[in-house]
Design a protein around this ligand. Sequence first.
Ligand SMILES: Nc1ncnc2c1ncn2[C@@H]1O[C@H](COP(=O)(O)OP(=O)(O)OP(=O)(O)O)[C@@H](O)[C@H]1O
Ligand SMILES: [Mg+2]
Length: 307
Amino acid sequence: MTAEIPATIDDTAALLKDGRYVADRSLATALYLALKMGRPLFLEGEAGVGKTEIGKVLSETLGRRLIRLQCYEGLDVSSAVYEWNYSLQMIDIRISEAAGDRDREQIEHDIFSERFLIKRPLLQALEPDVNGKAPVLLIDELDRTDEPFEAFLLEVLSDFQVTIPEIGTVKAKEPPIVIITSNRTREIHDAIKRRCFYYWVDYPDAKRELEILSIKAPGADTQLSQQVVAFVQKLRSTDLFKVPGVAETIDWTNALVQLDKIDLDPQTVNDTLGVLLKYQDDIEKVKGSEAANLLQQVKADLAGRRG
Ligand SMILES: Nc1ncnc2c1ncn2[C@@H]1O[C@H](COP(=O)(O)OP(=O)(O)OP(=O)(O)O)[C@@H](O)[C@H]1O
Ligand SMILES: [Mg+2]
C-alpha cells in the first residue's frame, strides 16, 4: 500500500498518528514542509525522544521502502555507497581464463558492470522501489561519523547522484525522502544543515507523553499512566547524568503492568528504577528519599487536579 504525500499539516499529523506516533504541531509542520518541498529533515535531540521512529513510521505509513544508513566512526564509501564484489569478480576471471572465451579487455569490461556491484544504502536510495516510488532514506546518528564522510554526504544530498568511475553517474529520478538524525555528540557541519530543514525533538509535555502511553502501553491503568508521566516529567528537571527519554517511560509503564501495578508506591519505584535510569550514580541519587519525595509530590499534584 502506498499513500500520497500529505497535503496539509493536519494530514501530516494524522499520518504519523496512523503509524502510532504522536507529534506536536511544530514537528508536523516541519515534516510537512520537508515532504512538500523535497528537502531532507534534520532531527536533533536527546536519546530516546523518538527521532529514529519518525523515519520508520514515515516509511510504513507512506508505504515506501525504508533504507537505513546507521552511522558510526570510520563509516566509509564502501559501506555507505557501493563496493565491488571482489570474490565474484575473481570467480568470473577464473572461469573466463579456463574457458578462454574472452580477451582481457572484455573481461575487464564485464567485471565492472552492475552485476558485480554491491549497492549500499546511499546508492540503493537513488533507485525507486517496486511501486516506482522513491524510498525513505534514514541516515541515523550522523554525529557518529567523521567529517570526511559528512563532506561526501553533502555531495549526495545536493544532487542525489553518485558517480561510479567504471560505470558512470547514477542519478535519482525522484529524490528519496531523507530523514537525518543526530544525538548532538558533536555539531554537524553547517553546510549539511543548510540543505535540510532542522527540527529539535524535545521531550514531550505531560499531555503528549500520556497520549504516547495510551498508544504504546495500552494495557496500563489510566491512573498509573498519569503517575508515571508526572514522575518522569519531574525526574527530567532533576540534576541527573541522563534523564529518561520517552523510550524509558514506555518501558517503565510496561514493566509496571507486568507487575500488575495500578498505583505507584515507593518500594516499587525503587525496585524498578533500572528500567528508567541507566546510570548507577543516577539510580543511587534517586533511590530512597528522593523517589519517595517525588512520588509524594506527584500524588499531591494529581489529587489537587482532581479535587
Ligand atoms: N512521539 C512519540 N510517539 C510514539 N512513540 C514514541 C514517540 N517518541 C518516542 N516514541 C517511542 O520511543 C522509543 C524510542 O524512540 P526512538 O528510537 O525513535 O528514539 P531516538 O530519539 O532515535 O533515540 P536514540 O537517540 O537513542 O536513538 C520508540 O519505541 C518510539 O516508538
Ligand atoms: Mg535513534
